[in-house]
Design a binder for this molecule. Structure first.
Ligand code: SF4
Length: 453
């Protein structure tokens, strides 16, 4: 790819070409973080008439490396590569018919305090430096308003899209957990991967058809069918294995190429694994907004500012309702699935905050994924998991904080713990570290048994 030399980057484009745009008649490009989640989300959008597409991932890593300085977070390098690679291929395919204005590239953001809020700004600058790509808009949903979808389709359908999209996130979590629950006990190698692949495709069709009417019962019926088929893959003669919990940075712990397939490696050394879910992060962002609104309300009550009080009250009702909806939907799906198979459940975010408060381990006021990771680690240990792995990008701020707090804590609790930071390099000692960790987990399992056994 050729850059336009001497091009002066206009910072105006950070506000003009990064934001929430109407997706009608556009191709909405979704980066692939967790495979199933990305595909179900795209299918849900397609059901609502949006031409959504999951981009291939990791094929453009060289481009990502070339157009970043090395100081950016690893997920930023991967996604930068993904969008550049996609555009390169699209230009080759369409030739003169390529029109950059047909695309909206999806890159959400968080409002700090770490660098996730900067990915789309940085990628804007990179795209602006290529001929034509300055006209590709970046669709940015933000945690500031709990990932509101206002304005991307007709107003009267936004609520339905939001609910169906959330449902797709929960169902994708379940399919992932089903994969990790079945694969260590499969009758023949490869059966689970093949089954999950087919199930994902069947679920895509289901979401495309029933998502727009919010016919969640039909989606749950299909899910039940899938779970029942999955159960037949389990060999009942294989005894339970040590149970390992994963926490960490959301992108790395769910992107299998980026984490060098850490779950499969753990399984190779005898583990059954449960990864933290994506819905947990969605619930956390809503919970955090609700927390902020409550704090604002209390402050303005003290200062007797009625105008601001009303605003915060409105936010409390809106985010409170949203959280209630999300947690009850999630509970409904898990209840149905757990009546068929023993999959790990998610905890309420309020419960996770209480865990941190008990021993004053960390504060939700400081924010970031460390809130979920630290409390998640404690919860895994208390529930009888045989080990915990923290998966994150090298130099990730929240995960480094997590590691600093979790290591001494896990020593005290006597639960094996492993940090696995990743960049794109293959560390020669990584596999040995995982093997040693799994030896400890087996010892823990022999001495204490495991959750549910
Ligand atoms: S969570 Fe970690 S990897 Fe993600 S933006 Fe923040 S510092 Fe970077």
């Amino acid at each position: 790819m050729e850059t336009e030399s001497k091009k002066v980057v206009s910072f105006k484009s950070l506000t003009d070409s990064v934001g929430r745009y109407n997706l009608t008649d556009k191709t909405f490009l979704i980066p692939q973080m967790n495979r199933i989640g990305g595909h179900l989300l795209a299918a849900t959008f397609r059901g609502f008439g949006i031409h959504a597409k999951v981009m291939e991932t990791y094929q453009g890593l060289d481009l990502g490396m070339e157009y970043t300085s090395g100081k950016e977070c690893y997920p930023c390098q991967i996604t930068t590569g993904d969008i550049l690679h996609f555009m390169e291929k699209e230009k080759e395919k369409l030739g003169g018919e390529f029109n950059p204005e047909n695309y909206i590239y999806f890159m959400p953001e968080a409002d700090g305090p770490c660098r996730f809020g900067m990915y789309n700004k940085y990628q804007r600058i990179v795209l602006d430096s290529f001929p034509q790509l300055d006209r590709v808009k970046i669709g940015a949903l933000t945690t500031k308003d709990g990932y509101s979808l206002d304005g991307i389709i007709e107003e009267e359908r936004v609520g339905d899209l939001r609910k169906s999209a959330y449902f797709s996130v929960v169902v994708a979590d379940i399919l992932d957990r089903l994969l990790w629950r079945i694969r260590p006990y499969e009758k023949e190698p490869g059966m689970t991967d093949d089954f999950i692949d087919r199930s994902m495709k069947a679920m895509e069709d289901t979401f495309e058809t029933h998502g727009p009417n919010k016919d969640f019962d039909k989606i749950l019926d299909k899910l039940e069918e899938i779970v029942n088929e999955g159960k037949t893959i389990i060999d009942p003669h294989i005894p339970p294995k040590p149970l390992i919990g994963i926490v960490g940075e959301i992108y790395l712990r769910t992107h299998v190429q980026a984490n060098q397939n850490v779950i499969r490696v753990l399984e190779r050394y005898g583990a059954e694994v449960v990864n933290a879910s994506i819905a947990e992060w969605m619930n956390y962002t809503t919970y955090d907004r609700l927390r902020d609104a409550r704090a604002g309300f209390r402050m303005n009550l003290k200062q007797i500012r009625p105008g601001r009080l009303k605003e915060h009250l409105k936010e409390i009702i809106s985010f409170g309702g949203e959280l209630l909806y999300e947690e009850s939907r999630q509970k409904q799906v898990y209840k149905r699935v757990r009546s068929l198979i023993d999959l790990a459940e998610d905890h309420k975010v309020a419960h996770l905050e209480d865990i941190l408060k008990e021993d004053d381990l960390y504060s939700f006021d400081a924010g970031t994924e460390a809130c979920l990771s630290i409390s998640g680690i404690v919860e895994y240990a208390r529930e009888g998991y045989n080990g915990v792995v923290n998966v994150y990008p090298f130099t990730c701020m929240p995960s480094t904080i997590t590691s600093a707090i979790a290591k001494p804590l896990m020593n005290k609790l006597g639960t094996p713990y492993l940090d696995t930071p990743y960049d794109s390099s293959f560390q020669p000692g990584r596999e040995a570290a995982i093997r040693t960790f799994m030896y400890q987990a087996h010892q823990h399992f022999k001495r204490h048994g495991r959750k549910g056994h």
